[in-house]
Design a protein around this ligand. Structure first.
Ligand code: ATP
Ligand code: MG
Length: 266
């Protein structure tokens, strides 16, 4: 079974670069500006995990923590019916898949804490196959002072919990984070530079991606270290790009992608 496996995204180049897809047991972060497609990506992944194994899915329960109430079951059904019509139009299958995706909508930090606690119950039953948190940065309103002890960060417990959850349960965890659009100048420090994540990327002049400093301010360095894979979604000259910005196995590749009725595709 999928012990040390991957959840294939069915985005061919990405799956190849990540040796099969989103890996189990680590945190994968989707970062990008508003409207770029982070939630669209999450909806697709939720569907993929809920698919029967005979169709390449994980045949399991998904928890989708929808912090900003942006989850759309109508859109999910659209993506499902257009991407996997052969499964979706099988008697009762759409309903069964939808029933596997549990959407939690915490509206405050204490409620988010409760959401994470609920996960433990499902984990003990060994049914949970994917956890999505859309989005994490939305949970912290004010800017966190960098000089503070990371342990005093309002999400310190959550960050540790999420990381250890991935490691202990061996499920894939997807977290989104919004950054402001990429129109700021060089005065903002680059994320790679800050945490030394990927020196190859820094030296590429055609790759000017900067990690928005407000995200660092909001989530702190503790978070940056908790993330194993970072995918940056961005738009340049009207074209959407998905970039592997941090990965233990892949070089900093990038792919063009688009969003259609059937969801995100390369
Ligand atoms: P935010 O940070 O605000 O949550 P996001 O990165 O999650 O933004 P999404 O909601 O995933 O952004 O993407 C929204 C975009 O997806 C829309 O702007 C639109 O371009 C595209 N989109 C949504 N539904 C469809 C559809 N049915 N057909 C084509 N494109 C669509
Ligand atoms: Mg979104």
């Amino acid at each position: 079974e999928h012990l040390a496996g991957h959840l294939p995204t069915r985005l061919k180049g990405l799956d190849k670069a990540l040796c099969g897809g989103i890996p189990f047991g680590v945190v994968t972060e989707l970062v990008g500006p508003a409207g770029i497609g982070k939630t669209q990506f999450c909806l697709k992944l939720a569907l993929l995990a809920s698919l029967p194994t005979s169709y390449g899915g994980l045949d399991g329960q998904v928890i989708y923590i929808d912090v900003e109430s942006k989850f759309s079951s109508r859109r999910m059904i659209e993506i499902g019916s257009k991407s996997f019509p052969e499964v979706f139009y099988r008697e009762g299958m759409a309903k069964e898949m939808a029933g596997r995706i549990l959407v939690l909508q915490p509206s405050s930090l204490p409620e988010f804490t409760d959401s994470l606690q609920q996960i433990k119950v499902l984990l003990l039953q060994n049914k949970l196959k994917l956890l999505i948190i859309d989005s994490m940065a939305a949970l912290v309103s004010g800017e966190f002072e960098q000089t503070n002890n990371p342990r005093q960060h309002p999400l310190a417990w959550h960050i540790s919990f999420i990381k250890s959850l991935a490691e202990l349960s061996r499920i894939p965890i997807i977290v989104t984070n919004q950054v402001r659009s990429q129109t700021h100048g060089d005065s903002l420090f680059s994320f790679q530079h800050t945490v030394g994540a990927n020196s190859q990327m820094q030296s590429r002049p055609d790759n000017p991606s900067r990690f928005d400093s407000h995200l660092i301010a909001a989530l702190g360095i503790h978070w940056a270290h908790a993330v194993s894979i970072r995918l940056i979604l961005e738009v340049r000259s009207g074209q959407r790009y998905l970039k592997i910005a941090k990965s233990p196995i892949s070089p900093p590749l990038q792919f063009c992608f688009e969003i259609t009725a059937s969801g995100i595709s390369l």
